[in-house]
Design a protein around this ligand. Structure first.
Ligand code: AMP
Ligand code: MG
Length: 466
C-alpha cells in the first residue's frame, strides 16, 4: 500500500554520519557509499536498477485521535536488501521531499533531528534493544524554515520492515478484506513465520505482536527510555522501536517523566508506556477482527483474550530484567527481588536520584565501594537500610555491569552534539557516538559521558517539529 514516488533533487549533498558496521552488515561498501554516487543513492537521487521507491500509506491514532490518512509525508521506502545473515531489511529515507501524504508539511527534515535519530537509535541498538537502525545522515545544502532557518538533511534508515499498527488500521479502513488478509500474510512471512504453522495463523500473528511489544516496552522501561510519541503509526509489527522524535532518556527516576513539549497531559510519560502500548495493541486487534473469526462477537472475545496476555508478558519481562539490574540470580525468589526493586525505585523517586548512575553504581556497592551510590542520596541512611536487605543475597557485580549501562545518550550531551553539528562541528557527535555505541564498557577519558546533566541544564523539553 503506497504510491510510487521520487525523492526531491539534492544538489549539494554532504555526508555527516555513516554507519560503517551497518553498511558492512548490509553488504554495502562504505567506500562506495562515501563516493558521489553513494551520496546520490542515499538521497534517493540515484535509484538502483530494479528498485521502485514508494511513499507508504498508513493511518493511526495520534494522542488517541484517529487520522485515516497519515503515511510517509516526507519519507520513502527505497527498497529491500538481504543482509549478510539472509534477513530482508528495508532501506528508507526520511526528509526526501513532499509526497502525496505530506498534508501541510514541507517534506523536509533538518540536521539536528536526523542526527538525533541516528544517535538515539544506534544507542538503543547497542543497549540490545530492538530498533530501526541508522545508516547515514546526509545534509542537503538547502535551508529549511522551522522556527528559525536550519540546515536540511536526510536520514537513511534501516528496518526489518516499516509495517506499523497504523498500516493495518489503514488496510482495515479500506473495507477491502482481501487487502487486509494479504497484509497480514505478508507480516507473517516477514516477521512471524511460525504463525503460518499455527491452527489460526492470524490469531498467532496477534499474539506474536503483543508479545514482541510487551518485551520491547519492558526493555525501554529497564533503561529509562521515554519514546514520547507512541501513536499507533509509530508502533511496529516487528517489535522494533521506530520514529525517534521527541524521545529522551530519563535522568532522575520519575514515573511521570515527560519530555515532549506537545504531550501536555503526559499521555506518553515514562510510567504510562506499558498501558499505552496495550491501548495501541487494542487498536491493532480491532484492525484484525475480521481475520480472527467470521463471527465478530467471537472475534472480539478472541482479541480480548489475546490482549489479556500483554500485562502478564510485560510483567515477566520487566521482573526478569529488573532482577538482573540488582544482580540477583535464580536462587533468589522472584517475590523478594521484586519487593527490593520496588523499594529501591521508591527511594530513587523520593530522592530524585539519577536512574542510570544509581544502577551502574550498585556493582561497586557490593564490591566494597558503596560511597558513590550512597552519595547519590540526600539521606544515605535510607539507602543503607536498603543495602542491608540486599547485600546478604550476594548480588552478582558482573551480571549488573552487563545489564546496567554506563553511557546513555544523555539529553545535555545530545543537545551539545547536535548544536555543534548544526554549526558544522561534528567532533562532539562522534565522541558521543563512541561512548553510547559501547554502553556497558566503561572507558577512561569518557567520564563526562557518564555524568548526569549539570544543574543549569534545567528541565529538558523535546520538540516534535522535527
Ligand atoms: P511523526 O510524528 O514523525 O511520526 O509523523 C507523523 C506524520 O506526519 C507522518 O505521516 C509523517 O510523514 C508526517 N510528517 C511529519 N513531518 C513532516 C514534514 N515535515 N512534511 C511532511 N510530512 C511530515
Ligand atoms: Mg511516525
Amino acid at each position: 500500500m503506497g504510491t510510487p514516488w521520487e525523492a526531491q533533487e539534492v544538489v549539494d549533498p554532504s555526508l555527516l554520519a555513516l554507519n560503517e558496521p551497518l553498511a558492512d552488515e548490509l553488504g554495502l561498501d562504505p567506500a562506495v557509499l562515501r563516493s558521489p554516487d553513494g551520496l546520490l543513492l542515499m538521497t534517493g537521487n540515484l535509484v538502483p536498477e530494479g528498485a521502485a521507491p514508494v511513499a507508504q500509506a498508513y493511518a493511526g491514532h495520534q494522542f488517541g485521535h484517529y487520522s485515516p490518512r497519515l503515511g510517509d509525508g516526507r519519507a520513502l521506502l527505497l527498497g529491500e536488501v538481504t543482509d549478510n545473515e539472509g534477513r530482508l531489511r528495508d532501506i528508507h529515507l526520511k526528509g526526501s521531499g513532499r509526497t502525496p501524504f505530506a498534508r501541510a508539511g514541507d517534506g523536509q527534515a533538518v540536521v539536528g533531528p536526523m542526527l538525533r535519530e541516528y544517535v538515539l537509535s544506534e544507542a538503543m541498538h547497542a543497549l540490545g534493544i530492538p530498533t530501526t537502525r541508522s545508516l547515514a545522515v546526509v545534509s542537503t545544502g538547502k535551508t529549511v524554515l522551522r522556527e528559525t532557518r536550519l540546515p536540511g538533511a536526510l536520514l537513511a534508515r534501516v528496518a526489518s520492515s516499516h509495517l506499523r499498527v497504523g498500516t493495518f488500521q489503514y488496510a482495515r479502513a479500506t473495507g477491502d478484506l482481501d487487502l487486509l488478509r494479504r497484509l497480514a500474510d505478508h507480516a507473517i512471512v516477514r516477521h512471524y513465520p511460525d504463525a503460518a504453522q499455527a491452527e489460526h495463523p492470524y490469531r498467532a500473528l496477534l499474539r506474536g505482536v503483543i508479545d514482541a511489544q510487551a518485551s520491547l516496552v519492558a526493555r525501554w522501561m529497564l533503561v529509562g527510555f521515554v519514546h514520547g510519541v507512541m501513536n499507533t503509526d509509530n508502533m511496529t509489527i516487528s517489535g522494533e522501536t521506530i520514529d525517534y522524535g521527541p524521545c529522551a532518556f530519563m535522568e532522575a527516576y520519575d514515573p511521570g517523566a515527560v519530555y515532549s513539549s506537545i504531550d501536555h497531559a503526559g499521555r506518553y510519560a515514562y510510567g504510562n508506556q506499558p498501558v499505552v502500548a496495550e491501548w495501541d495493541l487494542a487498536r491493532f486487534a480491532e484492525a484484525l477482527l475480521p481475520l480472527l473469526h467470521d463471527d465478530q462477537e467471537q472475534a472480539a472475545a478472541i482479541a480480548t483474550e489475546a490482549l489479556g496476555h500483554f500485562s502478564r508478558e510485560y510483567s515477566t519481562h520487566w521482573s526478569r530484567g529488573a532482577k538482573a539490574k540488582i544482580g540477583l540470580r535464580d536462587d533468589v525468589e522472584d517475590q523478594t527481588a521484586s519487593e527490593l526493586v520496588q523499594d529501591l525505585l521508591e527511594l530513587l523517586h523520593r530522592h530524585e536520584v539519577d536512574y542510570t548512575t544509581l544502577f551502574r553504581s550498585l556493582s561497586a556497592a557490593v564490591s566494597g565501594a558503596p560511597e558513590p551510590a550512597r552519595a547519590l542520596f540526600a539521606d544515605p541512611a535510607a539507602f543503607d537500610a536498603w543495602m542491608r536487605r540486599w547485600t546478604p543475597l550476594r548480588p552478582d557485580a558482573e551480571l549488573m555491569n552487563e545489564v546496567n549501562p554506563v553511557y546513555i545518550p544523555r539529553n545535555h550531551l545530545v543537545e551539545e552534539a547536535l548544536t555543534a553539528a548544526t554549526a558544522g562541528d561534528l567532533d562532539p557527535l562522534h565522541r558521543l557516538l563512541t561512548a553510547v555505541t559501547h554502553p556497558y564498557d566503561e572507558r577512561p577519558g569518557l567520564e563526562r559521558y557518564a555524568a548526569a546533566a549539570p544543574e543549569e541544564f534545567g528541565a529538558y523539553r523535546t520538540f516534535c517539529g522535527t
